[in-house]
Ligand binder design. Structure first.
Ligand SMILES: Cc1cc2nc3c(=O)[nH]c(=O)nc-3n(C[C@H](O)[C@H](O)[C@H](O)COP(=O)(O)OP(=O)(O)OC[C@H]3O[C@@H](n4cnc5c(N)ncnc54)[C@H](O)[C@@H]3O)c2cc1C
Length: 387
């Protein structure tokens, strides 16, 4: 591991523990119920800027740290649900910045990427479509949103759902089906051609703007704002996919490390039947199991990151890491709630929020079953090749 990454990881950890965690009690952290107020996000980002930990994984020349370096920096940013928002390591911005850094033209980078890297704007990624209309979900090839050329513009029509952070975002990446195939378009937000139909109540509460359902009606996008080439949308999605999946693993590992610390403190102080809870084997074993799972998550992340650092897309490896880590984190968070008894399910500690929010990670960026299904297809393909 490089010295620069270690030094940055230490700075991020100190910043999150000393500056960000106290804000968890700020009423603005709950915001409108979907996620914190943007005013709080930008206040925290100014503090992160002053502490030298804003967008810590992107270097001054615009290049990214390696994935292994990114891991040790993003894990401590996740020690608080507010940490990634403060440090600008949050989804979907982190994945969007990665994608734009790799595919956008210089003009597009100056207009759309720069304010994101500087932490002065938020973005959203518009891919999923409502299930009730048979739109893209686990299977992105079911995409129904269309993009049609009209002179020097594209005209986009369709509906999108679960669009994280849309409300309050100023940069949108819209996936739509053109004649050439799925394509990505960069959009300044808000745009009157995109209306918010609904922001559903969800299990999580740490994303400003929540997860919106949108209608796109004759959205006109200048030809210069297509990302890369028409028809290459799925190929570009592949570039974003593995690093974005892995960064969710990193941030949520940070969250579960924090939950384990809180549960450990509870189990060491709280007594039942004449001794500290941790001295009861049932409790001690849950914390021990968590320690093993946390180490396994660290190793899976580091292994997958090292594959991505070779330049491979790492599609299968990131599927394996995403399944193993998201399932392990769910177990860790559940154990922490259990160790803490009734207190575990209250908002008295952040453990309750971490437990709730980790649940959704088994669905977004590919549900567990979809990753296993695609791995099974790969196993079958390899078997055929051996015959
Ligand atoms: C919190 C959250 C944030 C999100 N943010 C965004 C965002 O910012 N932008 C965006 O575009 N989307 C976003 N999404 C959407 C997310 O990408 C989709 O929920 C996901 O792709 C699954 O699609 P779906 O919900 O339509 O589930 P469906 O496609 O209806 O699948 C339902 C279930 O069917 C099973 N399944 C599906 N296919 C298979 C298979 N081949 N084998 C076995 N089982 C299978 C799985 O168990 C799956 O969970 C977000 C979702 C959540 C929960």
């Amino acid at each position: 591991m490089t010295d620069r990454a270690r030094a940055m990881a230490d700075k991020v950890e100190a910043f999150v523990r000393e500056t960000v965690i106290p804000y968890e009690r700020d009423p603005r952290a709950k915001g409108d119920g979907h996620g914190p107020d943007d005013a709080l996000v930008y206040e925290l980002r100014e503090k992160a800027r002053a502490a030298g930990v804003l967008t810590p994984h992107i270097l001054d020349d615009g290049s990214h740290m390696s994935q292994r370096e990114t891991a040790i920096v993003l894990i401590p940013s996740g020690l608080s649900p507010l940490g990634p928002l403060a440090c600008n390591t949050m989804a979907p911005d982190e994945g969007n910045m990665y994608l734009l850094g790799h595919v956008a033209s210089d003009e597009q980078k100056a207009h759309f990427l720069k304010p994101l890297v500087e932490g002065r704007a938020r973005s959203s990624f518009l891919m999923t479509e409502p299930a009730e209309e048979g739109g893209a979900g686990s299977d992105p090839s079911m995409m129904q949103t269309t993009a049609v050329r009209d002179g020097n513009h594209w005209v986009i029509n369709g509906r999108k759902c679960f669009i994280t952070g849309y409300k309050g975002a100023s940069v949108g990446i819209v996936m739509a089906k053109a004649e050439e195939g799925a394509s990505m378009f960069l959009v300044d937000l808000p745009d009157p051609a995109i209306t918010i139909e609904d922001v559903p109540d969800t299990i999580d509460s740490s994303m400003p703007g929540g997860h919106a359902t949108l209608r796109l009606e004759n959205l006109r996008v200048p030809a210069s704002q297509i990302l890369g080439d028409p028809g290459k949308g799925f190929a570009y999605a592949q570039i974003r996919l593995s690093p974005a999946r892995l960064s969710h693993c990193m941030r949520w590992l940070g969250g579960c490390i924090r939950a384990q610390e809180i549960a450990t403190d509870y189990a060491c102080r709280r007594e039942a039947f004449g001794k500290a809870l941790i001295n009861h084997e049932g409790v001690g074993f849950m914390l021990a199991e968590n320690r093993i799972l946390i180490k396994q998550c660290e190793l899976m992340i580091d292994w997958c990151a090292s594959v991505l650092d070779t330049g491979e897309l790492g599609t299968a490896e990131s599927s394996m890491a995403k399944v193993a880590v998201s399932e392990a984190l769910m177990k860790i968070a559940d154990n922490c709630v259990q160790v803490m008894g009734g207190t575990g399910v209250t908002g008295k500690t952040i453990v309750e929020q971490i437990f709730r929010e980790v649940r959704a990670f088994r669905i977004y960026d590919g549900p567990t079953e979809v990753h296993k299904w695609s791995l099974a297809k790969k196993i079958k393909r390899e078997w055929r090749e051996r015959q």
